[in-house]
Each structure stands twice: as structure tokens, then as C-alpha cells.
Write a protein that binds this ligand. Structure first.
Ligand SMILES: [Zn+2]
Length: 244
């Protein structure tokens, strides 16, 4: 099938026994448990229980494509509506949108599949959309980065491969809580990549500390959950304790 934009689509069907495939790809029980902090520049900071930290940069081609899209949109705005050039510019914008979303989808799928297959438990933050609405540019950037889609994919893929996904309470202060001493650093702003705790003097990498806090919160929740809700999947249980 050929689209007006000149893009070709090929469709084919593949029969897969999902259950059997998942069983073969099942995550090993001793695989690391990880906390994941999401960000715009470093898309994901992944901290394992053994202290290993992996940083996944946001895909650069995406950032470049967004710049191109911005320019194409400006061009479209300058064209006389309905004119030949306007139609051309409009088709160009549509094509760029498609290309960007394809790249983002590819990046997210590769990452979430790898995580769901190599981590036995994954802690992520719940995005505070209401808080972000105050800053519309930030909210837009977060939407563009695909955080919600990242979590959505992790949700079903962890279920496929027998891993666990744990989501923090949306008010959990993962970034500004000092992991070693628990003191909350109220002055933290988005631009601060590192900060020093006034309580214990530790110099923190913001994202590494946040990922560690998410990991700790998940592990203590699992510990509580096993006692109070024996047999129940801890991810379904509302967190009992406030910020730890
Ligand atoms: Zn401290």
C-alpha cells in the first residue's frame, strides 16, 4: 500500500505462541532489581541493587528531528493557507511527525524489552502530571520524551517475562531525598544536576540518587508487602509508608 506522502506500507502476519515465547524468554529469578530515574537528557538512569549504574542517553536523532520539525512548522505558518506551497509544507510536517514517532517507538521498544528481560524487578516513578501542567513547556517535553509510553510498555512486558514493575507514589520525593541519611533538600531545582546534602555532606549525582531511592522504596515495599499481603503481587498494593 502506498501513502500520499510516498511512504510504503507492507503488512504481514506472523503466528506466535506468546505464552511459549515468553516462557523461553523468562527473566532469571536472580536477575538484578533496579530503580529507574527518567530524565530529558539522560532518558533513563538505571541503578541495580549491586550499585551498578547505567545511563541511557535520550536518542540524539530524535532531538535533531525535532529541530527540523520546528523549522518545517515555521515554514508552514508562513505559507498562504490552501496554496500549493502550503499543501507541500503540510505534507512535509506530516511526514516528519511520522518519522519522529517511528524512531521514538523503536527506541522505547528496544529499551523496555531489554529491561523486562534482564531485571527481576523494576521501580519507576509515577509522573506528577498535575504538577507539570504548571510548566507547560516541561509537560510538553515530557510527553515528547515518551515517559508514559515507556511505563506502559514496561507494564505489559514485565508481565510477559515474569518480572515485576513497581511504581512509586506520585508524591515520592525521589530526587531531593538524600539516600544515605533521608534528609530532604527543599531547594533542589531542575537545573541542579548535583547537590550536597546539608545533613550528611554527601555530594549527590541527582539522577543516581533518585534511581537509588526508587530502588530502596520498592525493596522496602516488597518486604512490607510480603508480610502484610502474603501472596499478593506487591505492585498492586498501595504503598503503606510515606517517604522513607
Ligand atoms: Zn544526607
Amino acid at each position: 500500500m502506498r501513502e500520499r506522502s510516498g511512504r510504503w506500507w507492507v503488512s504481514f502476519q506472523l503466528e506466535v505462541d506468546r505464552a511459549e515465547l515468553n516462557e523461553r524468554r523468562r527473566v532469571p529469578g536472580n536477575a538484578p532489581q533496579s530503580g529507574i530515574d527518567l530524565g530529558l537528557k539522560t532518558f533513563a538512569t538505571i541503578r541495580d541493587g549491586d550499585g551498578n549504574v547505567e545511563e541511557i542517553p535520550a536518542p540524539k536523532p530524535l532531538r535533531r528531528a525535532l529541530r527540523t520539525l520546528r523549522r518545517a512548522n515555521q515554514k508552514l505558518a508562513r505559507c498562504q493557507e490552501g496554496s500549493k506551497n502550503w499543501h507541500k509544507a503540510k505534507a512535509r510536517v506530516a511526514e516528519l511527525h511520522l518519522r519522529i514517532s517511528a524512531r521514538r517507538t523503536d527506541f522505547l521498544h528496544k529499551l523496555t524489552t531489554r529491561l523486562a528481560r534482564t531485571k527481576s524487578a523494576i521501580a519507576v516513578e509515577t509522573l506528577n502530571v498535575r504538577g507539570m501542567a504548571v510548566n507547560r513547556r516541561l509537560a510538553r517535553a515530557v510527553t515528547d520524551a515518551g515517559f508514559a509510553e515507556f511505563v506502559r510498555q514496561l507494564e505489559y512486558k514485565t508481565a510477559w517475562y515474569g518480572s515485576r514493575l513497581w511504581k512509586a507514589d506520585r508524591w515520592f520525593a525521589s530526587s531531593k531525598t538524600c539516600r544515605p541519611c533521608g534528609r530532604i533538600h527543599h531547594g533542589l531545582v531542575l537545573a541542579d544536576r548535583v547537590w550536597t546534602c546539608a545533613g550528611c555532606g554527601v555530594l549527590h549525582d541527582r539522577d543516581h540518587n533518585a534511581a537509588g531511592n526508587l530502588l530502596d522504596a520498592m525493596l522496602s515495599d516488597f518486604a512490607l508487602g510480603d508480610v502484610v499481603f502474603a501472596g499478593k503481587f506487591p505492585g498492586d498494593v498501595k504503598r503503606l509508608a510515606e517517604t522513607k
